[in-house]
Design a protein around this ligand. Structure first.
Ligand code: A5P
Length: 232
């Protein structure tokens, strides 16, 4: 029987995670991103720590990754104790050919950006459906609830179409791990991501954006049959 699209994508993510985890060394402090790909990464990392008897600490970027890391037996630590990380492993919603990213589909972008940028090396793991010649999906933006109306007005002035993200299992907007809102802002094809990032970050009330520019060193791309590694 032919595997379904979902099956090959999940299998591709799993293979790419295994390849990325080859970089883990004894004594490393590792940033743990969030999302479904990182779920595989956390479980695989826990297995590797057990089997190879490694001493590795994890810095989670969300309640999701913190709970899973603890359940899996990974010792977690904080940025207060370890402000510099050896490596971070994370997923992405879109990856451009120049390794710029859009993240935040799981609303964990602010802590992800802090943790990912604290790492000497950021490894991103995706399946090949996420790779695009240009960034063109809506950009998740975390916003202080007090400022949601003024920020969305400014996003429109920048040419974006903002949509306040609604959750499931709760009426009204989702509330992030930082007690804030998420707006997904559609700017079409983003030709000048650095300029857009600069403009968004100057809006009072914007906490963080899902544009991760010039951060990823390597992107592990799972395909139907092999894992490709894109490098800077
Ligand atoms: C979480 O906020 C995101 O940045 C995720 O890293 C991103 O959405 C990728 O998630 P999946 O691995 O679930 O596709």
């Amino acid at each position: 029987m032919m595997p379904s699209v979902e099956d090959w994508r999940e299998e591709a993510k799993r293979s790419a995670v295994k390849e990325a985890l080859k970089k883990i060394k004894d004594g490393y402090v590792v940033g743990l991103g969030s999302g479904s790909t990182v779920t595989y990464a956390i479980k695989e990392l826990a297995k590797k720590i057990r089997e190879d008897k490694l001493s590795v600490l994890g810095v989670p970027t969300s309640y999701q990754s913190m709970f899973l890391a603890i359940e899996s037996g990974i010792r977690v630590t904080t940025l207060d104790e370890n402000p510099e990380l050896d490596l971070a492993i994370d997923g992405a919603d879109q990856v451009s050919k120049t390794l710029n990213l859009i993240k935040g589909g799981g609303a964990a972008l602010t802590r992800e950006k802090i943790v990912d940028s604290a790492a000497r090396e950021l490894l991103i793991v995706v399946d090949e459906s996420k790779v695009s010649s240009i960034l063109n999906i809506p950009v998740p933006i975390e916003i202080l609830p007090f400022a949601v109306k003024t920020v969305t007005k400014r996003i429109r002035q920048l040419g974006g179409v903002p949509v306040l993200r609604e959750g499931s299992g709760k009426v009204g907007p989702i509330v992030t791990d930082n007690n804030s809102f998420i707006v997904d802002a559609d700017f079409g094809a983003i030709k000048e991501p650095f300029e857009l990032e600069r403009k968004l970050k100057t809006i009072p009330g914007v906490i963080e954006t899902g544009l991760f520019l010039d951060m990823a060193k390597e992107v592990y791309v799972g395909t139907k049959d092999v894992v490709k590694v894109l490098r800077k």
